[in-house]
Design a protein around this ligand. Structure first.
Ligand code: NAD
Length: 343
């Protein structure tokens, strides 16, 4: 580790999924505070790869203003390829790994379960093997890097007890995606147990904000509303989500990078579930248009309601979500107008 501009120790950090929604924000935050960041992404076409390239451009543009552009390297590569991963670990001594690369859509996982298994389970295994130096690319580093894994509220699946607490049994996943993320958490425990890897699984709750994923509800509602298409009102609008603004999530991720905890699973949400109907109303107020609502049944792989208990994140990570829904939606709308509508 070297001294950063801020006088703190600067780290070398690998961020996988770096061109994606959350990854691009994490890369930006780490580089802005003085860390050296290697970003890996295969720029797949689950949604338009041009959006991912645009995310990278936005990150570079923002960092250039603070003269931090040079501390980020973006690489195109696939975590399923062991050689790619090994080469990366042979070339850099990482202090931390933020493993966000994944197939992330719940519904698409029903169509492509093998793909989800390959990327989310085997890909994560490749990262863990390399992190502890078992892939033959390098001698194990001492200390081992901190491993932060993006898990999901979806692992709570059929858990009925709300708010969701980390110790609740999570043996009832509703989609291949949820099962694959749970497998990642379990593999993390194995590498902690056998090799002493510090592994923190962050269960993220419905993240929204600038550079959001076009397949997610927040983006789709805004997009449909703006272009006067029907907005599906699932479950009569009573589907509830613990919407969490991306900047809050990033603060939680950075907190986990800075605090090796042994093995921990930690919820990152806002702790305030909001119904889809209410979410749409806040968007309507912000955009100044009415949505054309169309009743739609509850999608079979979706949970009816998510609600994070965030007391563990507060205690272990110093996590305090700051952005409420109307502020977050305002920021999302401002970005969407500027970036997608060019106004
Ligand atoms: N957005 C949310 O609300 C949310 C909620 C819970 C968990 N998560 C998790 O957070 C992480 C980031 O999600 P996101 O919303 O930013 O999704 P995203 O799809 O925007 O980002 C994931 C990135 O990973 C990359 N990727 C996929 N397969 C890869 C591979 N084989 N090799 C290298 N790169 C690959 C993709 O190209 C993409 O850029 C994911 O692990 C996701 O499961 C997200």
């Amino acid at each position: 580790m070297a001294l950063s501009m801020a006088g703190t120790m600067s780290k070398t950090i690998l961020v996988t999924g770096a061109a994606g929604f959350i990854g691009s924000h994490v890369v930006q935050a780490l580089a802005a505070r003085g860390d050296r960041v290697v970003g890996l992404d295969n720029l797949n076409d689950y949604y338009d790869p041009e959006r991912k390239r645009a995310n990278i451009r936005e990150v570079r543009h923002a960092l250039r203003r603070h003269d931090r552009d040079a501390s980020v390297t973006f690489l195109e590569g696939d975590i399923r390829h062991r050689r790619t991963v090994s080469d990366l670990f042979a070339a850099h001594a990482f202090d931390a790994i933020v493993h966000l690369a994944a197939m992330a859509g719940v519904r698409f996982s029903i169509e492509q379960p093998h793909l989800y298994h390959d990327v989310n389970v085997t890909g994560t295994l490749n990262m863990l093997e390399a992190a502890v130096g078992r892939d033959g690319s390098h001698a194990p580093r001492s200390p081992l890097p901190v491993f932060v894994f993006a898990s999901t509220s979806s692992v709570y699946g059929g858990t009925t007890c709300q708010p969701f607490q980390e110790q609740a049994p999570c043996a009832r996943p509703l989609a291949p995606y949820a099962a694959s993320k749970q497998a990642g958490e379990l593999l993390g425990h194995v590498y902690h147990h056998l090799h002493g890897l510090a592994f923190t699984a962050l269960r993220l709750f419905t993240v929204y904000g600038p550079r959001g994923r076009p397949d997610m509800m927040a983006w789709k509602v805004l997009d449909n509303m703006f272009f006067d298409r029907e907005v599906p009102l699932y479950h009569a609008g009573q589907l509830r989500r613990d919407w969490t603004f991306v900047d809050d999530i990033v603060r939680g991720v950075v907190g986990a990078v800075d605090r090796p905890l042994g093995y921990e699973v930690v919820n990152l949400g806002r702790g305030v579930p909001v119904s889809l109907a209410e979410f749409i109303t806040v968007l309507e107020d912000c955009v100044g248009r009415k949505a054309r609502l169309a009743a739609a049944p509850m999608p079979e792989a979706d949970m009816a309601s998510t609600h994070a208990d965030i007391s563990k994140a507060r205690a272990l990570l110093g996590y305090h979500p700051r952005i409420d829904l109307s502020e977050g939606i305002n920021r999302f709308w401002t970005w969407y107008k500027k970036t997608m509508l060019d106004v």
